[in-house]
Design a protein around this ligand. Structure first.
Ligand code: FES
Length: 253
């Protein structure tokens, strides 16, 4: 599932949480300890938490002159992770050009910093989430913390025999099913998960319809429910090859 999530851009910080040449911030994403900083030219970088030299924490680094300088021996990295200065090497040395820290690309939009931790060298597009495409003073964004222990205490969520969801939980069941299908298709056949290459599917769409008297509203609104776009589902072939023989809503795991 971690490999599946790495296919997507992830929002990680508010833009205001990083100041140009200000203190770095540490965070853990998908099990990795990372450091984020904003350099002198306002670019954001996300690096592995430990220096490529002797592993000192870059959280204590000095953010100055377009780079983050490790406080142990002074190696300095730019936002792409490239080492740009090595004070403990002679001036004629080119060793620094061969050293890179672990880094992940970042983009900023609508007051959020996004990062991509996936394998592609050509980055997928940012999702076209409506709120994230408006001017910053048109939206209000906040963080909510979720206690991970509460989720874990729910037990193995893919094992339906331990779970007692009612018919109103069909959406939860369907979303889990699709996630599992997408993870299997990616793992076994390299199929890109839904939405990664199609930013339009995240857009908000509205529709209005007057349903003729006596007609079932669901039948009358079927075209509007499609929201004028192809739904981001896996192809039938991908679902079959991922081990899902037939679509089910409330079936077993
Ligand atoms: S550990 Fe960072 S420069 Fe030596």
């Amino acid at each position: 599932m971690g490999n599946l999530l790495r296919q997507y851009w992830m929002p990680v910080l508010f833009s205001w949480e990083l100041e140009s040449d200000g203190p770095p911030r540490r965070m853990r994403l998908l099990g990795e300890d990372l450091i984020a900083f904003r350099d002198t030219s306002n670019q954001v970088g996300i690096l592995g938490a430990n220096c490529a030299h002797r592993g000192a924490s870059l959280f204590f680094g000095r953010n100055e002159d377009c780079g983050l300088r490790c406080v142990y021996h002074g190696w300095k990295y730019d936002v792409s992770g490239q080492c740009v200065d090595m004070p403990n090497e002679p001036p004629e040395s080119t060793f620094k050009s061969r050293v890179r820290a672990l880094s992940y690309p970042c983009q900023e939009r609508g007051g959020l910093i996004w990062t991509y931790m996936g394998p592609r060298s050509t980055l997928p597009p940012l999702p076209d989430l409506e709120f994230n495409m408006l001017p910053e003073d048109h939206v209000s964004i906040r963080k909510n913390l979720q206690d991970k222990a509460v989720l874990e205490s729910m037990g193995p969520i893919v094992d339906r025999t331990h779970e007692h969801l009612g018919t109103t939980d069909l959406m939860i069941i369907q979303v889990r099913r699709r996630l599992i299908d997408a993870a299997r298709a990616l793992r076994d056949h390299g199929v890109a998960p839904p939405g990664v290459d199609d930013p339009d599917v995240y857009r908000v769409r509205t529709a209005t319809a007057i349903v003729p008297k006596g007609q079932n509203w669901r039948d009358a609104a079927v075209d509007y429910l499609k929201a004028f776009t192809d739904l981001p589902v896996l192809s039938a072939e991908a679902q079959l090859t991922a081990g899902r023989v037939a679509p089910t809503l409330a079936g077993g795991s």
